[in-house]
Design a protein around this ligand. Structure first.
Ligand SMILES: [Fe+2]
Length: 574
């Protein structure tokens, strides 16, 4: 950010090519942002950090967080693995360690930080989630709900935002964590915790109520009469013996049996467990909100934190909005911890007197490449390509013929969803096209749904209770009249996760208009352009390499088109 203005945002994973770039400092992302803004590190006044490391700073008697962990140890029996992991966290967040590791990572990409500036400013993790939502919402005032695994000792909080101020009003501390609960079952069901929660959410739609499972879940989590109006029993999660996994205890296995091995197919029992989990999450969040919001004047609601990536939960909350629990609703699409970088930067701007709201109109804040740069890469690659006068016309035509098209345009989108700049597009009118996307590139589990991009002005025809949804962060039910017409983007529960498109993304809007002219359908299937287990492609080289390693029918990159059975020679390039 420069003088309160957002210039660039990118996640480290895109540069180091490792999803979520676990435990890495974002040196390559910082380098990109500085270069994009034409800013030298010596001009940077502050680095804002989305975690309050001061709580980990050693003082006699132990740091604040050490004392917090000790207080929980007196109540719960923690096994050696959990105690070791707490120790590791206490060390990792020492301010001196953060500073030296960060500056070392920056120096490795050629950014040398002097001793004097910039200074690191630490902000509490949930405060950053809250700021990322409220200051980007466009609301003058709002309640703000933040939910995640944990940030320092907090796992859920309610805030009030007004103008430049954000005040906490309710706080829920570990171990009563809904994020922990969800990641515990993500691991138990054979998926990767803190990565694959979306798969569990998708699987939940196949599940059925089961009274035996209900009885087990009643022990693990449920609603209570007093604050915070839900409970999570950590003896099934972190606290206790772990023979099978890191995030669930043997006590859970005693109740539910052995966890699913990742190599086995998911079965109905897995789906039924996912169903229970999803239902319990929704009930807990609703219970908390109904009790706490009822006591205050009706206001808007902002939502952030990793749990806010659950687009089914968000649909349930949107229903509550319609029923009057709150007024406007804004979900920060950068709700994972990546978004706390934005929240921290916004808070630091206010601290130094440059603060302002930054209503989020789009997420295209990443790297961009000119047509000259792209054609240089294409020439080097030796592929046959064609330069066309209208890439949108070309894309719409290919999609109408049933081709699966890789689409690379403009600045990369931030966040976990492809929003039409690094996307795979396909025709939504037959499930064969969804199967083709999987066969040709994605190789995802066949039960997982694909998102859709639709013209905003057509959303009301397709969706029940439609509204502008530019970030694919909330699912909607599809009207009966449309469900059979667009099976490639409708989940088993009749929902879709849409991106409503306006001229904010001019090219994608144009594709949709032309596709509607050709087929009568104002939407396409849209999924992320990446290989299996990789982050979104970031550069033309990666786009071409991924395309060549796939069976996709075409790649449209900048003004250039490459077709699988391409007949256009590169000498048509002008
Ligand atoms: Fe978080």
């Amino acid at each position: 950010m420069r003088d309160g203005e957002l210039l660039a945002f990118a996640e480290e994973e895109r540069f180091v090519r490792e999803k979520t770039a676990v435990n890495r400092y974002p040196a390559h992302a910082v380098k990109f942002c500085l270069e994009y803004g034409g800013i030298d590190i010596t001009e940077v006044t502050s680095i804002a950090f989305g975690w309050n490391a001061q709580k980990y700073a050693f003082v006699s008697g132990g740091s604040q967080m050490e004392q917090f962990y000790d207080s929980l140890s007196k109540i719960y029996s923690k096994d050696v693995k959990t105690l070791a992991s707490e120790k590791e966290i206490l060390l990792r967040f020492q301010p001196e360690r953060i500073e030296s590791t960060l500056f070392q990572a920056l120096s490795e990409v050629g950014i040398r930080v002097s001793k004097k500036s910039p200074t690191i400013q630490y902000f509490s993790h949930h405060h950053c989630h809250a700021a990322s939502a409220f200051f980007c919402s466009g609301f003058a005032s709002s309640s703000i709900l933040t939910i995640d695994g944990s940030g320092e000792e907090t796992c859920l909080a309610l805030w009030e935002g007004r103008g430049s101020q954000i005040q906490i009003t309710e706080r829920v501390e570990l171990p009563n964590s809904l994020g922990w609960l969800y990641s515990c079952f993500t691991e138990y069901l054979g998926f990767r915790p803190y990565r694959d929660e979306g798969k569990v959410m998708a699987l939940a739609a196949y599940g059925r109520p089961d009274t035996n499972l209900e009885r087990v879940f009643d022990k693990v989590t449920g609603l209570v009469e007093s604050f915070p109006f839900y409970r999570v029993d950590p003896n099934y999660i972190f606290y206790g013996r772990h023979s099978y996994g890191r995030r669930f205890t043997d006590k859970l296995v005693t109740e539910l049996g052995a966890p699913r091995e990742p190599c086995f197919e998911v079965d109905q029992v897995s789906a039924d467990i996912a169903y229970q989990l999803q239902k319990r999450l929704e009930d807990a969040v609703l219970s908390f909100l109904r009790h706490t919001l009822a006591k205050r004047p009706k206001n808007n609601l902002c939502l952030a934190g990793g749990v806010a990536l659950n687009c089914k939960l968000n649909r349930v909350l949107a229903t509550e909005q319609k029923e009057g629990l709150f007024e406007g609703f804004f979900i920060q699409p950068l709700s994972s911890d990546a978004g706390t970088a934005l929240g921290a930067a916004l808070l630091e701007n206010y601290r130094i007197g440059l603060g302002r709201h930054v209503p989020l109109k789009h997420l295209y804040w990443g790297p961009n490449f000119s047509n000259d740069e792209i054609s240089g890469v294409l020439r080097k690659s030796g592929v046959k390509y064609n330069r066309v006068s209208s890439v949108a016309t070309e894309a719409a035509q290919l999609l109408s013929e049933g081709s699966v098209v890789a689409w690379f345009q403009g600045r990369a989108e931030a966040g976990p969803r492809a929003l039409g700049n690094r996307s795979i597009l396909a025709n939504p009118t037959s499930s064969r096209h969804a199967e083709a996307v999987n066969l040709k590139l994605k190789r995802r589990e066949p039960w997982r749904p694909f998102g859709s991009s639709m013209l905003l002005d057509a959303a009301d025809d397709i969706l029940i209770r439609s509204e502008a949804a530019p970030f694919m962060i909330q699912s909607f039910l599809v009207k009966d009249s449309f469900r059979k017409q667009i099976p490639a983007v409708v989940h088993i529960d009749g929902s879709t996760r849409p991106q409503t498109v306006t001229r904010e993304n001019e090219l994608l809007h144009e594709i949709l208009e032309k596709f509607r002219d050709l087929t009568g359908m104002p939407l396409v299937l849209n999924t992320s352009f990446n290989g299996l287990n990789e982050p979104l492609v970031n550069t033309p080289d990666e786009a071409i390499e991924t395309y060549l390693g796939s069976d996709l029918d075409a790649l449209i990159i900048g003004e250039f088109v490459i077709k699988r059975n391409g007949t256009s020679p590169s000498d048509l390039d002008s």
